[in-house]
Design a binder for this molecule. Sequence first.
Ligand SMILES: NC(=O)c1ccc[n+]([C@@H]2O[C@H](COP(=O)([O-])OP(=O)(O)OC[C@H]3O[C@@H](n4cnc5c(N)ncnc54)[C@H](O)[C@@H]3O)[C@@H](O)[C@H]2O)c1
Length: 401
Amino acid sequence: MATRTIGIIMNGVSGRMGYRQHLVRSILAIREAGGVELSDGTKVQVEPLLVGRNEDKLRELAERHGLEHYTTNLDEALADDRWEIYADFLVTKARAKAIKKAIAAGKAIYTEKPTAESFDEALELSRLATEAGIKNGVVHDKLYLPGLIKLRRLVDSGFFGRILSVRGEFGYWVFEGDWHPSQRPSWNYRSEDGGGIVVDMFPHWNYVLENLFGRVESVYARAVTEIDRRVDENGETYVATADDAAYGIFELAGGITAQINSSWTTRVNRDELVEFQVDGTHGSAVVGLFGCKIQPRNATPKPVWNPDLKNEIDFDATWVEVPDTEEAINGFRAQWEEFIRHVAEDGPHPYDFLAGARGMLLAEKGLESHRTGARTDLPELSVDGVPASPAGAEAPTVAES
Ligand SMILES: NC(=O)c1ccc[n+]([C@@H]2O[C@H](COP(=O)([O-])OP(=O)(O)OC[C@H]3O[C@@H](n4cnc5c(N)ncnc54)[C@H](O)[C@@H]3O)[C@@H](O)[C@H]2O)c1
């Protein structure tokens, strides 16, 4: 039995992420399970308030899922004490304005990434939230994927020895929308509407890298618009102004090199839509959303380069699959549960607005590297968000960065 209920304002709940991942897979799944269990064994139940611009859509959603509360009036929702958490799944462009209102209203806030359209704005949100003393969190969903949880265990158990490098491949073909409808909203391909694969994916890569391997100290990136014309939801052709492929090299604290390709213009020839290979002195691993296979050094085959002979080694067969040892729960839901515990009983949830700002810093520095063609250093941010100099480099001021 739940002892209390937390009301959650879900803004942008009719969108792709808002509906599928946050409402259906997370909040409704938690409701169905009777709430989130706290450390004393009691449960806290959740009650969503659906918020958006189109009342008919919200009514239809509420009816479909048997929900009582929906509104198009965000200000009224924020002024109402029944709703303790404000959650934001709007298009990126609309996010910072809404979050500032929620901070002023004193709500705990949980949001999709990127938290804002620029690093300065993301940092401002972090400062405002800290000054207001409100709990704040940003989606770090990839860290909660079964494959990455297995990877974390490999790192923590010392499996790799000294980690040398990380290679990531993310992407798939996003249809242009002409002969086949596109599977992603068109705003993603217009930079003036907050689109672009760097601002979309580099915030993810930042938290994956900093939480598993080390802080990103520098980036070299090339961001390209491979497909420059696409067709939108209304069948209109538009100019794709945003980058749809990005090729990045990231140097991490401790000397690890990471390379990650992000692309909406590649056809998949791997087991999963994202895959990382990690090579260490004592072993290597290849992980995806779900899978994780390893090759320890004692089981490493000995290929010999000889272009005159066909390779005889079945490389796929030389890897060992790490078994599932726990029930996998949806990553968005797992993080939601942590954030709800953070609000209800001050449970740990380290992925705050400052972590979101660091993600946006990497996106900005990646784009700067593309523009200048140079490797770009990232200043280290102290806990209050002030850049502290990286070793051997002059840190830019916040205004310059
Ligand atoms: N964590 C992840 O893996 C992941 C994946 C995809 C997208 N995202 C992020 O989630 C957010 C939403 O992306 P999506 O793919 O669901 O987009 P979407 O276009 O499907 O949904 C966006 C929502 O915002 C609303 N909206 C649009 N313009 C608005 C405006 N001007 N004012 C108020 N509301 C507005 C829409 O009605 C809709 O509810 C983006 O910030 C994106 O970066 C995260």
